[in-house]
Structure formats: C-alpha cells, structure tokens
Design a protein around this ligand. Structure first.
Ligand code: HMG
Ligand code: MG
Length: 294
C-alpha cells in the first residue's frame, strides 16, 4: 500500500463500466480495452465478472476475457465473483485477485444477488478459502455505502458493520461504494468516520459514481482521511443493472488529472489514458442501454 502522496487507481471500466451496456461488445474489444489501460500504466484492472450470465449478460464471456487479457509484470487482473462457483471459474482462468460484493442495504442485496446481506457474507466464506489456498488477495465491496436506490439514506453504522464482516472473513481490502453517485461530501465523511473507527485506513478504498458530479469532492474527503486507493472507469462508463439511477463511475482521466492538480502521484500516462478512454467511449456509443438500466 503506497503511503504519503502516492495513489493507487483501480480501473473498473472493463467490469463496472461495461456491465451496464446492453448491446454486444465483442470479447476482442474488451481485451483491447484492457490492453490499452494496462499500457497507460494502470496496475490494477478489474477485468470481468464471473456472475450469472442470466443476471448480467454483458459479462457472459468472462472466461475468454480473463484468458485473453494482457499479462505483464506489475499488472494485477481481478475478477468480481458472487460465490464459490464464480471463484472457481475465475481462478481457473488465471485471475490474480478476486472481489466479492456485499451491500449495506438489504433490499439492494436481494435485488443484486438474490440473498440477504448475512447470506451473501456466508457465500463468501468458501471464496476466501479458495483465494487463500491459491495465494490471491480478495477485495470486499460494500455497495450502497451512503444511499440505496430502494431504501434511501443508509446509516454509517450499517456500512461499518458490513465492512467488519468482510474484514473478519479475510478480505484484504474493503471498497466502500457510493453506488448511485448522489452522496454529498458531508455524508461520505460521516460514513468514512464510522468505517475508520473499526479498521485501519490502509485497508480502505473508495468507489465513487459521478451521477451528481460530486465524485471528486468525495475523493477529496477520502484523501483528507488518508485513503490512497480509488476506483474509476475509463470514459466514466458504468452503472449497476440493479441500481436504477446509477450513472457512470468517476472517469479515470478526471480522477488522474484531479490527483495531479493536488500534487499526488499516480503513475498514469495521461496521453495513453486519453487514447484508452476514447476507445472505451466508442465502445459505449455503439451499444444501446436498456431503459431498465439508465
Ligand atoms: P441465483 O439465481 O439466486 O443463483 O443468483 P442460484 O445459486 O440459485 O443458481 C441459479 C443458476 O445460476 C444456476 O444455474 C447456477 O449454476 C448459476 P442453472 O442450474 O439454473 O443452470 N450460477 C452461476 N452461473 C455463473 N456464474 C456464477 C453462478 N452462480 C450461480 N457465479 C447470483 C445468484 C449471485 C449468481 C446472481 O444473483 C448474480 O450473478 N448476481 C450478480 C449481479 C451483478 O453482477 N451485479 C452487478 C455487480 S455489483 C455492482 O455493480 C456494485 C459494485 O460495482 C460496487 C458499487 O458500485 O456499488 C461492485
Ligand atoms: Mg460500481
């Protein structure tokens, strides 16, 4: 974990960015996007999701994407997995990190994964065991960490409780997510205070969507708390199929330029990143979103 002014950007575009696109994006194009992002210096890339193709058809080619994605020293490719079945498949294709996803909202947990929060944590236990046996780190997401599209405001204590459960079962990093991107900085601040009461700042990452153009203000709040790991998606693509109203993720270029302006280091080549973001936007422009997902 970098200290001081060094920031790790976790690129989630190939997964969180593309999962919401309704049209066909070829495996070839997904693999090319990952290659361009790695070339721009992104060292952690969430490449795909080993979830049910019935639930998220856009990620149905997860096997091929992970097998064909570029490999290089210093690059870590991760896979989102909801359960043991997903973890087994992800590991078989050479995923170098797994990410499990819980929620601080019961309604969202049910809509997104068809189970309660407690059941989702139980499902992750065998995932953590598999990861440990294979020497892989596991990130744990807490979705709806500020607001839920179904339940509204989420109590900071609920986020702290889910974070603690994920840490207890062995997640090395906890990523708190403003899934619908509507959080005001004061509420992000209150949520982070609650989570930081129960875990060290080195284990925390922030995942902001930019629906209300507040993502950078929320990044600033997190920076002030000492958080140094941030998620973003090339071209600001994204949204969650089961979170109505969730617009794009914070765009990687917007995040990197903001960090540069504040004198933080991120090791991204902004010219090469521009090229990758143009490619990502082109992929998105060629597909049509389902009205259910926007
Ligand atoms: P379920 O229907 O309750 O699952 O779905 P099940 O255990 O009853 O199994 C039903 C069928 O699914 C079976 O197949 C299983 O084999 C299959 P059948 O026998 O009927 O042919 N199945 C699978 N297939 C492929 N991969 C798997 C898998 N597991 C079971 N891993 C499940 C439960 C969790 C699988 C489903 O709800 C699911 O896949 N949900 C994923 C939803 C999703 O990907 N949402 C978007 C990502 S989360 C997000 O975007 C938030 C985040 O970005 C942070 C933020 O911003 O908040 C992370
Ligand atoms: Mg997300």
């Amino acid at each position: 974990m970098p200290a001081g002014r060094e920031i790790t950007i976790v690129e989630v575009g190939p997964r969180d960015g593309l999962q919401n696109e309704n049209g066909v994006i070829s495996t070839h194009d997904k693999v090319e996007l990952i290659r361009l992002l790695a070339g721009a210096g992104l060292a952690r890339i969430e490449a795909t999701a080993f979830v049910s193709p019935r639930w998220v058809p856009q990620m149905a080619d997860h096997d091929a994407v992970m097998r064909q994605a570029v490999r290089r020293d210093g690059l870590r490719l991760s896979a989102l997995v909801p359960n043991e079945k997903g973890a087994l498949a992800a590991i078989a294709t050479g995923a170098q990190e797994l990410a499990v996803f819980a929620s601080a909202s019961e309604t969202f947990a049910m809509k997104n994964t068809n189970c309660t929060i407690a059941e989702s944590i139980e499902r992750f236990v065998p995932v953590l065991a598999l990861a440990k046996a294979n020497g892989l780190p596991v990130r744990g997401y807490v979705s709806c960490a500020v607001d839920c599209p179904y339940e509204g405001v989420i109590a900071p204590a609920a986020v702290a409780w889910v974070s603690e459960q994920l840490a207890r079962i062995g997640c090395t990093e906890i990523a708190v997510a403003d899934t619908i991107g509507r959080a005001a900085p004061e509420r992000v601040d209150a949520m982070l205070r609650a989570v930081l009461d129960i875990m060290p700042v080195e284990r925390l990452a922030c995942h902001f969507h930019d629906t209300s153009s507040m993502a950078l203000a929320n990044v600033d709040v997190a920076l002030n708390h000492g958080i140094r790991v941030f998620d973003s998606a090339a071209g600001g693509l994204g949204g969650c199929p089961y979170a109505p109203g969730a617009a794009g993720n914070l765009a990687t270029g917007r995040l990197a330029r903001h960090l540069s302006s504040l004198d933080y280091q991120h090791r991204i080549d902004l010219c090469l990143l521009d090229h990758a973001e143009q490619f990502a936007r082109k992929l998105s422009a060629h597909t049509k979103r389902s009205p259910k997902f926007v």
